[in-house]
Design a protein. Structure first.
Ligand SMILES: *[C@@H]1O[C@H](CO)[C@@H](O)[C@H](O)[C@H]1NC(C)=O
Ligand SMILES: *[C@@H]1O[C@H](CO)[C@@H](O)[C@H](O)[C@H]1NC(C)=O
Ligand SMILES: *[C@@H]1O[C@H](CO)[C@@H](O)[C@H](O)[C@H]1NC(C)=O
Ligand SMILES: *[C@@H]1O[C@H](CO)[C@@H](O)[C@H](O)[C@H]1NC(C)=O
Ligand SMILES: *[C@@H]1O[C@H](CO)[C@@H](O)[C@H](O)[C@H]1NC(C)=O
Length: 779
């Protein structure tokens, strides 16, 4: 989910031949994911292998439709065993109907298309502080394996050098899959595995032979996104890294000692759920500790969401699944990948800026930001005629392909509105038409959001209020002029972190009882590794070559947390994924580097934009207390959400009676590290229980501190927790008592902290959100 230009993903296409494209059928064929009953008392026991069992369903369906003269086995795309029990196959509608009626078939779901949603960020997060930073406490993540589902990897990038890396741990069963420009020698002790999954994408995107392309049919990255995210999570240190001189420093991932395994599931037209599920299925068996998914779609119910289903099984096997929240902010309810067993990551800003001012002919300066062109570029700093071309129906205000004529822009500085096409693409359009500089102008949609790019010509990005000033200046004079002034890289002078405007917001559409996103992490202007055959913009016309480039998106935030999760796994190999996530959440910061509340634009951020707050790795390694969750607790939680027996079975493979469970677990609350209460009807009291495990020192005393949300009283019992031993668990209850007069639809927010008696040692924080609704839910 990068908010950088998608163009590099879409410009290329691939050429691939497959048997079923030749069959001539009355019905169109599409990919479906068929989920089967996982219990042993099924017909599976009659077959020599799971694969034979899966094929038997196709044999019975496909033969009936085609008089047996088609090779039914060619319809099978994937046979799944670990992420779900079942398979993906290419089927016609009547075949799907037949399958749905068969014994042992739970669901048949159409394939779904999802999208892909540093030199400096590790310093911002203080990972490298001697003795107290997270690295020194976790041996840089040594011994852990981060699996990344993305667009592949550029293995020759210096970020994947295995200098000083030990051999992979014994449990590792992955492979280095051969393919186009990729073979076993592409992997090493850093990049220990690489595979690709293309069948679902291929079925949905019949290749055009005329577009034979640079998309590698192999784990090799054609777009750059996967190289960027995987190096952010586990990249090796590279000194003197920069993007054309910008942001120079040592680049390295969050867990530079961790091993990296790449699962290429995203191709030029997106990432298909059948391919994603196949990758998760294999990754679980390969032995990864962390799965990082910088991809997603819109929120859909968990029982329909293959990522949610696959990650449930992964989490049950001890794997932390970390996902991007999506780039659909600031719209409410836009947060995706929001299952409670997943860590959902929003994006924040760094305090690193790349100022590039516009000096207008009237002498006034407008603040902008740019990565072009490094430190000096005298030609761009010349006074130029500036034009903003509106009117007509070509989209010239957006600088769309073919919308600018040479006569209008040659030798000039061109103003382009953001939106419609990619930011870097606009630069290419201006340059092709003879323009020599560009001002990218934010609109009401982006306001002051500042994702920079390494543009192909001198350019700067200005906020909305600056854009209004520039346009009115242009309008006010016959010969408007301007020049750009590039100031290089500036660190530490701005308030950070703050919420990235594009970062998707809660509350969760599917499950408002759990606060989402869980945390925010750096996701704006992140510098990380890049394929060595691409220019820094990823555009085909960009002939410059770099080892690093800048990208923005929750895609970039997600692997920061994946790397931190690897550090925690390394320091605490016996912790469950829920414990790892709890450590990340309860130690996250609600304040910025100035000690003030984290901001979202011009206002303090609410919990629906930052969740528990901004990740603080050195604290997350040593959180004091953790909130643990067992897989069964998630199924009970799904019961309390009102999910049906079959929906719960689809997600968890557990056949349970919610009635019974809810009777037995009266007053159940999922032991989540954040707290959310929803009032509906005339209820005025909610009792929420939590259990904490001591992972700090023996004989620790914690006292509770509460900042109650408006409109409620909060009572916590007991108010002190005394732990005699390490690993001891203690429970407490939170009584949320609503005052009269709260309006339906309103939300208030506060927090609860368990503070260690030494005060400075541990502060275990949970945000509290309280909402009033008139929707009826049975919780
Ligand atoms: C493997 O790939 C590398 C780089 O693409 C190439 O130099 C090498 O010859 C290949 N080796 C084999 C055995 O194909
Ligand atoms: C430009 O000026 C004209 C006339 O003064 C006015 O009608 C128009 O709204 C102005 N446009 C902008 C973008 O300021
Ligand atoms: C990229 O890294 C390689 C080493 O893998 C190095 O030889 C090359 O000079 C680097 N390129 C740039 C532009 O820094
Ligand atoms: C679940 O259990 C019930 C009662 O034991 C049974 O009737 C039902 O068929 C089972 N469902 C599945 C999907 O196994
Ligand atoms: C809430 O209370 C009002 C007045 O006491 C009553 O009329 C209404 O039916 C109650 N609603 C529910 C959902 O219990």
């Amino acid at each position: 989910m990068a908010s950088t230009p998608k163009s590099s993903l879409f410009l290329s296409t691939l050429f691939f031949f497959c048997v079923f494209m030749n069959t001539h059928l009355a019905f169109s064929l599409n990919t479906y994911i068929v989920q089967l009953h996982p219990q042993t008392k099924t017909s599976a026991s009659y077959y020599p292998s799971k694969l034979d069992w899966h094929l038997s369903f196709l044999e019975r369906t496909v033969s009936l439709q085609e008089n047996g003269n088609s090779r039914f086995s060619s319809r099978l795309l994937y046979s799944y065993r670990s992420a779900i029990e079942g398979f993906a196959a290419v089927l016609s509608e009547p075949e799907v109907q037949l399958l749905r009626r068969m014994h042992d078939v739970i669901t048949v779901r159409p394939d779904r298309r999802l999208e892909v949603h540093t030199t400096y960020s590790y310093k911002f997060l203080e990972l490298d502080v001697q003795g107290v930073g997270a690295w020194s406490k976790s041996a840089f993540g040594r011994g852990t394996i981060i699996g990344i589902l993305d667009t592949g990897v550029w293995p020759e990038s210096p970020s994947f050098s295995d200098h000083g890396m030990p051999a992979p741990p014994k449990k590792w069963k992955g492979v280095c899959q051969e393919g186009q420009n990729f073979n076993a020698s592409s992997c090493n002790k850093k990049l220990i595995g690489a595979r690709f999954f293309i069948k679902g994408h291929h079925v949905a995107n019949a290749p055009l032979e005329s577009d034979v392309s640079p998309e590698y049919v192999s784990p090799r990255d054609s777009s750059g996104h996967g190289t960027h995210t995987s190096s952010t999570a586990g990249g090796s240190p590279v000194s003197m890294a920069s993007v054309l001189g910008n942001g120079a420093g040592t680049a390295q991932g969050m867990a530079p000692g961790a091993h990296v395994a790449i699962y290429k599931v995203c191709w030029f037209n997106g990432c298909y759920s059948s391919d994603i599920l196949a990758a998760m299925d294999v990754a679980i068996r390969d032995g990864v500790d962390v799965l990082s998914l910088s991809l997603g779609g819109f929120p859909i119910p968990f029982y329909d969401d293959t990522v949610a289903i696959g990650s449930f099984r992964a989490a049950a096997k001890g794997i932390s699944v970390i996902c991007a929240a999506g780039n659909n902010g600031p719209i409410k309810n836009s947060v995706a990948n929001e299952a409670p067993w997943v860590t959902t990551v929003g994006a924040s800003t760094l305090d690193r800026r790349f100022p590039a001012f516009v000096r207008m002919g009237n002498g006034r300066y407008l603040y902008g930001e740019s990565m072009f062109p490094g430190n000096h570029f005298p030609r761009a700093e010349r006074e130029l005629e500036v034009v903003y071309i509106t009117g007509g129906d070509m989209g010239s205000e957006f600088c769309l392909e073919g919308s600018l004529s040479r006569a209008q822009v040659s030798g000039k500085m061109v103003v382009c509105d953001r939106g419609v096409n990619g930011r870097a693409e606009k630069g290419e359009v201006v340059k092709k038409a003879g323009g020599v500089a560009m001002v990218l102008a934010n609109t009401e949609i982006n306001l002051e959001e500042d994702s920079v790019d390494a543009h192909v010509l001198p350019a700067t990005l200005i906020g909305y209020s600056e854009a209004v000033q520039l346009k009115s200046y242009i309008n006010s004079t016959k010969h408007p002029t301007a020049k750009l002034r590039f100031m290089g890289t500036v660190i530490g002078r701005s308030r950070a972190p703050s919420v990235a405007r594009f970062s998707s917001r809660g509350p969760s559409l599917n499950n408002p009882l759990i606060l989402k996103p869980d945390v925010i992490a750096p996701g704006v202007n992140i510098i990380a590794a890049w394929p060595q055959n691409l220019g820094p913009t990823g555009l085909l016309g960009d002939s410059r070559r770099v080892n690093f480039t800048v990208m923005s998106g929750t895609s970039m935030a997600c692997p920061h947390v994946s790397g931190i999760a690897a550090l925690i796994h390394s320091a605490h190999p016996d912790w469950s994924p829920a414990a790892v996530k709890s450590a990340i959440m309860t130690t996250a910061d609600a304040t910025d580097h100035y000690g003030k509340p984290i901001r979202d634009g011009n206002v303090p951020a609410d919990h629906f934009s930052i969740g528990s707050g901004h990740i603080n790795p050195s604290k997350a390694i040593d959180p004091g207390l953790i909130y643990d969750i067992k897989p069964d607790d998630y199924t009970t939680h799904l019961c309390s959400l009102g999910y049906t027996r079959s929906e719960i079975f689809t997600i968890s493979h557990r056949n349970i009676s919610c009635k019974e469970i809810l009777r037995k677990t009266r007053g159940f609350s999922l032991n989540y590290p954040s707290i959310s209460a929803i009032f509906n009807g005339n209820k005025t009291v909610k009792v929420i229980s939590r259990t904490v495990t001591n992972v700090g020192a023996p004989n620790s005393i914690y006292s509770v501190e509460v900042r109650a949300p408006e409109q409620v009283r909060i009572i916590v019992k007991p108010r002190k927790l005394l732990f005699r031993r390490v690993h001891q668990t203690l429970s407490y209850k939170v009584y949320v008592i609503a005052k009269k007069g709260a309006k339906s639809g309103s939300t208030t927010q506060g927090e609860l902290r368990w503070v260690h008696s030494s005060k400075t040692r541990y502060k275990v924080r949970s945000p509290i959100t309280v909402s009033w609704t008139n929707k009826q839910r049975n919780n």
